[in-house]
Design a protein around this ligand. Structure first.
Ligand code: COA
Length: 355
């Protein structure tokens, strides 16, 4: 078996400061704190301010992850990376990708930088691509970021989506290391089902339904979701995917310490734990304070769990995510020692904007 592996070496998260509570939403929409909390587990979400884009969040999360890798302090640790992968559904522009701008603003030089589009499964896909680049010798250190200004594609008048989503960014630094080290990404499972592509989509603005001067229906430019069908598929695919990743790693379910599932709905996480036969308390949750942040969800949960001291060095952790496409993915690892350089809710003096 190959021993070279991608190892988690640094971690960071960033949440924009503006918070929208359920009560604030209920002042504009026919909904209530009681409905939103009991159906989803969400109490509030962080939302970008006017003029703030996905890359602005990504740069801050990336900066924190690079500083965390340097602070975590292996002999070779430096605040640098030679590849940047951004998982996002909400890039700054339809063209070009946002990752090159992020790499530039982080001062990383002319490194390869590109976006990965797999909606809420995007971060796990991007980890897989980053790990593959390290295994193939394409890069020694990869900055993998999940970032979303997701509320930019949400119709504020749509009560079926507006309460669910929030904005934020999370990032990890992967470095080349050995499979035996804590933090090594040991086994992946990635999958998709395009047959169900219409369950989650933004109908217009792509090559199928193009931008035109005369907008046929402005709602087509917003995110739409068939919630009930998505719910069922999320539980089913995350369960099967995680089981497959565990089998590849040779780990039993009884060995798992923490289940880090995509924060889409607390009831999905509880059912996932039930299906897998692990205790519900093992499924960590921060959706109450951040909502569904799509590609940022998993790294933000990792950053929150680390800041709270939930994960101990050596804990066995299983990550799993699911979203539009449909696309899903899982990966397992043993938790490494990580020094954070700031918690996701820490303020910044001024958010980095493009020059
Ligand atoms: N406030 C109050 N009532 C609402 C509401 C809101 N914000 N949104 C919907 N309702 C109403 C519906 O109109 C419906 O009313 P009716 O019974 O009179 O027809 C009722 O609440 C139930 O709606 P339903 O859509 O069946 O609710 P649900 O229990 O399926 O919960 C979601 C909706 C979106 C929370 C849930 O389906 C979900 O979490 N789905 C998965 C989402 C997800 O994971 N998305 C991201 C992909 S990764």
């Amino acid at each position: 078996m190959r021993t070279r592996a991608a190892v988690v070496a640094g971690l960071g998260g960033y949440l924009p400061p503006h918070v929208v509570t359920n009560k604030m939403l209920a002042e504009q929409l026919d909904t209530s704190d009681e409905w939103i909390y009991s159906r989803t587990g969400i109490r509030q979400r962080h939302v970008v301010s006017a003029g703030m884009a996905t890359s602005d969040l990504a740069v801050e999360a990336g900066r924190r992850a690079l500083a965390s890798a340097a602070a975590t302090g292996t002999a070779t640790a430096t605040a640098t990376a030679n590849m940047v992968i951004l998982a996002t559904t909400t890039p700054d522009y339809p063209c070009p990708a946002s990752a090159p701008d992020i790499a530039f603003r982080l001062g990383l030089g002319p490194v390869p930088a590109f976006d990965v589009s797999a909606v809420c499964a995007g971060f796990v896909y991007a980890l897989g691509v980053g790990a593959g680049a390290i295994s193939a010798g394409l890069a020694e250190r990869v900055l993998v970021i999940g970032a979303e200004a997701f509320t930019s594609i949400i119709d504020p008048r749509d009560r079926t989506t507006a309460p669910i989503f929030g904005d934020g960014a999370g990032a990890v630094v992967l470095r080349a290391g050995e499979r035996t080290e804590p933090g090594a990404l040991l086994a992946f499972d990635l999958g998709s089902d395009g047959h169900l592509k219409d369950l989650i989509r933004v109908p217009a603005g792509g090559s199928r339904q193009r931008l035109t001067e005369a907008v046929p229906d402005p709602r087509d430019y917003y995110f739409a979701m068939q919630g009930k069908a998505v719910f069922k598929n999320a539980v089913q695919h995350m369960t099967a995917s995680l089981q497959a990743a565990l089998r590849s790693a040779g780990w039993g379910l009884d060995e798992i310490d923490w289940l880090v599932g995509h924060q889409a709905n607390v009831r999905i996480l509880q059912l996932l734990a039930d299906q897998l036969g692990v205790r519900r308390e093992q499924a960590v949750v921060n959706i109450d304070s951040v909502g569904n942040t799509s590609a940022a969800s998993i790294p933000l949960m990792l950053a929150d769990g680390t800041a709270a001291g939930t994960f101990a060095v050596g804990d066995k952790i299983a990550l799993t995510a699911f979203g539009g496409g449909l696309a899903w993915g899982s990966v397992v690892l043993t938790w490494p020692r990580i020094e954070l350089a700031g918690a996701p809710r820490d303020a910044v003096e001024s958010i980095s904007q493009p020059a």
